[in-house]
Design a protein around this ligand. Structure first.
Ligand SMILES: Cc1cc2nc3c(=O)[nH]c(=O)nc-3n(C[C@H](O)[C@H](O)[C@H](O)COP(=O)(O)OP(=O)(O)OC[C@H]3O[C@@H](n4cnc5c(N)ncnc54)[C@H](O)[C@@H]3O)c2cc1C
Length: 378
């Protein structure tokens, strides 16, 4: 862990930009083509201090607020969406909930090495039959004399191949709905745990997306994260914070797509290309303002679920729209494999899905607007 870590978001942005320029940008195309982040890049990332962002120094973290995290994720995603998402998942939906809900013993054992980059974090909520409808989980847990035993399958778990800690959500009895769900801290070495497949996918290639099998995984009695039955509260709280991070990653991709479009447009451009560039600029600026607002509200301790959903909606839409328009501006040659515009187009398409789809953000937004009174003050 470096000893001279930045003190503010501008410092973190500069550090991430320098890291991205030196270690990630030269490899972004290879990461996508080989569907792997090279071990040495991950090792450098883990030593950089980024893995401890948002975790207090007293827990071996790097400090830094949400604005700092947003800046780092945007800069990394600008270079490689896969690298940024690896960090976003680790920080927002593994380290943050352990910081918030863990006992001191759990923080000592798991948060400390996560924050120091010795362990990578993952989050296993989605299942083959349960995605948006999180309360319908089928992974079961039973109590035993020694602790718990978990059985089930998790789908689309990011980071799981390299993870040293996975938060897994399971139900005591599906008939109990959300009240039956609890969270568990699972070390992947536990007997009965396996990564059954690594999924080959459209975008975010390089980011490990996996299916996990929990075949009678035995856990000690102190493996539960948070109170019994509060698992969905733990998971959904983590995902609310996670949406600010994912929105920042989408923003980084949108910015890279915008720059690619500008370079393709050149100076002597047709009116329709000028209009496409102007539209993209407005979408990017709007998304940036909304991501910043969500981060500022989170840092200020204000309610921010609505802002996180708006930011994720806007940034993922901007990424898809700008990456798509970029292909039109650059012309058919830009659709060839190996072109930045083509990779960014595929990467962008994943953001409306991860950590809550666009339709689910709209449901959250509708609910928050009707209950928070903020509909009058957008
Ligand atoms: C690259 C990648 C990485 C991921 N990483 C993780 C991870 O680390 N951990 C994890 O737990 N999950 C992860 N996921 C899973 C992701 O969060 C889910 O894919 C997502 O929540 C949607 O769930 P689903 O795929 O089951 O789709 P479904 O829930 O089946 O939805 C299918 C479609 O129906 C729509 N829909 C569903 N319900 C409603 C409704 N009530 N109203 C309107 N429309 C609706 C959805 O918006 C979507 O368009 C990842 C996914 C991807 C693609």
């Amino acid at each position: 862990m470096p000893t001279d870590l930045p003190r503010d978001a501008a410092g973190w942005r500069a550090l991430a930009q320098a890291f991205a320029d030196r270690r990630v940008t030269p490899l972004s195309e290879a990461i996508d083509r080989r569907d792997r982040i090279p071990d040495e890049v991950l090792a450098d990332l883990r030593r950089s201090g980024f893995f401890g962002l948002g975790v207090p120094l007293s827990w071996n973290g790097s400090g830094g607020d949400t604005r700092s995290m947003v800046a780092v994720l945007e800069e990394l995603a600008h270079a490689s969406a896969a690298v940024a998402v690896e960090l976003a998942v680790h920080l927002s939906v593994c380290a943050a909930p352990i910081l918030e809900w863990g006992t001191d013993a759990q923080r000592e054992r798991f948060l400390r090495p996560l924050a120091g980059g010795e362990l990578v974090g993952a989050f296993g909520l989605t299942e083959p039959g349960a995605g948006s409808d999180t309360a319908s989980l089928a992974t079961r847990y039973d109590r035993t004399d020694a602790g718990f035993v978990l059985r089930g399958t998790k789908m689309f778990t990011s980071n799981a191949v390299s993870a040293g800690v996975i938060l897994v959500f399971a139900t005591r009895d599906p008939a109990l709905g959300h009240r039956g769900i609890s969270g568990f801290i699972v070390p992947p070495g536990a007997p009965g745990f396996s990564v059954s497949q690594r999924l080959d996918k459209l975008g975010l290639r390089g980011s490990e997306t996996t299916e996990l099998v929990l075949d009678g995984v035995r856990l000690p009695s102190d493996a539960m994260l948070g109170p019994e039955g509060a698992g969905l509260k733990v998971a959904l709280g983590a995902l609310t914070g996670g949406r600010v991070g994912i929105a920042s990653c989408a923003l980084g991709v949108a910015r890279a797509a915008f720059e690619t479009m500008l370079a393709a447009a050149g100076e002597e451009v047709d009116d329709w290309k000028r209009a496409a560039v102007a539209r993209a600029f407005a979408e990017l600026a709007g998304a940036r303002a909304l991501v910043d607002r969500a981060a500022e509200r989170k840092d200020a301790g204000a309610p921010y679920a609505l802002d996180a959903s708006v930011a994720k909606l806007a940034a993922s839409r901007a990424a898809v729209s700008i990456a798509s328009a970029g292909i039109e501006v650059a012309g058919p040659a830009s659709t060839r494999t190996g072109r930045a515009a083509e990779r960014l187009f595929r990467d962008a398409r994943v953001f409306p899905i991860v950590e809550g789809t666009t339709e689910i953000q709209e449901l959250i937004l509708g609910r928050e607007l009707l209950t928070s009174g903020r509909a009058e003050n957008p």
